[in-house]
Write a protein that binds this ligand. Structure first.
Ligand code: COA
Length: 417
């Protein structure tokens, strides 16, 4: 067995090495503190593996993303979102019958309890839909309180299905239109578009281009291993908090502009550049200026240091979808020009900053008629299967423990009151 050696205060310690199925090497420090009284310090956890996981593989250097071993490019080309959800959560591709049954359950659990509709009227019309989504998802636990693992299969279905209804209702609330109930005739993604855009007087005509684009966006967001929100879900779930509470915490973590909130910020940035006469250089310079707090939103990634494979797929899709729909979005041209200029600039090249998934996703959401403040909600709907898969994997892990990091205390030493 390979080991790593640590010398601390002249004393040598041997630490086991763990190797993942793609050859990733980890130094196992689980026995470190009890052996040495020392801990490791890794702010932002950039060098720490918090768990072993079989769900998603990323190689940021090579721009690789795979769900359960399948390359994202192949999945994006061939799968539907619910198929991907099944794959992520249960570990293998569903057979035709399994998928039909999974879809059937998602269809039949799409309504929210009528009483929950009253909650919506308590929020101000200006409420951010992420605030509503996280509060409503946490509230689901008051309707389905059992958190025993045997009951969770049904709660998983409820969560996947009802979060979509809640998201659409929060949009309807924000524009003062009546809620549209889900229809059992429609697929998962069609149903979402229907609940968002139909009005009682006129059902929304769902274009296949739109439905395909939505499927693609949700699939590309479906999992990304131990990112901030997924780690939050695992962290909260590790205390054995119920699935709704755990996922609601993940939704809140996603909301921040350095994570899922970035897609909204990208469109705001592109709009600002457009309104300022389209002067890209000025904004590239601003992003490089350490005295300004401006960053190129949708650029850079903690893990991808080559390119984000999802951004590549979405850039191509944005072109296709806009063309098929006969739409022209000046923000797409601004985004492409900004990308070109930034990628030629030493600052971005040296720091290996590339467009991430959020850089082009907003353009697609705009083309679909989804308002900017719903973008992060869309990300959350896409990420649900990933969060659920990680929550489930963690809860089923016989070696699972409550998350409880250590710290290096740097405050005052003892002093008298
Ligand atoms: N624009 C300008 N400079 C950027 C940048 C951006 N978008 N992203 C990173 N940098 C610079 C940092 O200033 C830093 O420069 P320095 O070494 O001279 O101090 C360097 O690149 C490394 O950045 P750092 O913040 O340490 O990287 P990180 O791994 O902690 O952060 C992100 C990753 C994604 C949070 C960061 O790149 C970012 O804020 N991007 C914009 C927000 C975004 O798109 N988020 C969505 C992620 S999917």
């Amino acid at each position: 067995m390979k080991t790593a050696k640590l010398i601390l205060d002249g004393k040598e310690y041997e630490l086991p090495i763990v190797v993942g199925s793609e050859g990733e090497v980890g130094i196992d420090i689980r026995g470190l503190r009890s052996a040495t009284r020392a801990v490791t310090l890794d702010s932002g956890f950039a060098n720490s593996g918090s768990c072993s996981s079989e769900i998603t593989f990323i190689d940021g250097e090579k721009g690789i993303l795979r769900y359960r071993g399948y390359p994202i490019e192949q999945i994006a080309e061939n799968a539907t979102f619910t198929e991907v959800a099944y794959l992520l959560i249960y570990g293998s591709r569903p057979g035709a019958d399994e998928l039909a049954e999974f879809n059937r359950k998602l269809t039949y659990h799409s309504l929210i309890h009528e009483d929950m509709k009253n909650f919506f009227s308590g929020f101000p019309a200006t409420a951010h839909p992420m605030a509503i989504l996280s509060a409503m998802v946490a509230s689901l636990s008051s309707y389905y309180p059992r958190s025993a693992i045997d009951n969770n299969e049904l709660n998983i279905i409820r969560l996947l299905s009802k979060a979509r209804t809640i998201a659409a209702f929060s949009y309807k609330k924000s524009i003062g239109q009546p809620f549209m109930y889900p229809s059992n005739e429609l697929s998962y993604t069609e149903n979402f578009l229907h609940m968002m855009f139909s009005v009682p007087a006129e059902p929304y005509r769902i274009s296949p281009v739109m439905e395909r684009a939505l499927n693609l966006l949700l699939i590309l967001h479906a999992d990304h291993e131990q990112n901030c929100s997924t780690s939050t879900v695992r962290m909260v779930g590790s205390s054995e908090a119920n699935i709704f509470a755990s996922i609601s915490a993940g939704i809140n973590a996603l909301w921040g502009p350095l994570h899922g909130g970035a897609n909204q910020k990208v469109i705001e940035m592109l709009t600002r550049i457009r309104d300022d006469g389209g002067n890209y250089e000025k904004y590239v310079d601003l992003a490089k200026d350490k005295d300004s707090d401006f960053r190129l939103m949708g650029f850079g990634h903690r893990v991808y240091k080559n390119f984000d494979p999802r951004a590549k797929i979405l850039k191509a899709a944005a072109d296709e979808v806009l063309e098929e729909m006969g739409k022209n979005d000046p923000l797409l041209d601004i985004a492409k020009n900004l990308e070109r200029i930034a990628l030629e600039d030493d600052y971005f090249v040296e720091r290996r900053l590339y467009p991430n998934v959020d850089f082009y996703s907003g353009i697609l959401y705009r083309a679909m008629g989804i308002p900017t403040n719903m973008f992060t909600v869309m990300f959350a709907l896409g990420r649900l299967p990933g969060w659920i898969a990680h929550w489930r994997e963690m809860r089923l892990d016989p070696d699972g423990r409550i998350y409880r990091p250590r710290q290096i205390y740097t405050g005052s030493t003892r002093r008298d009151w």
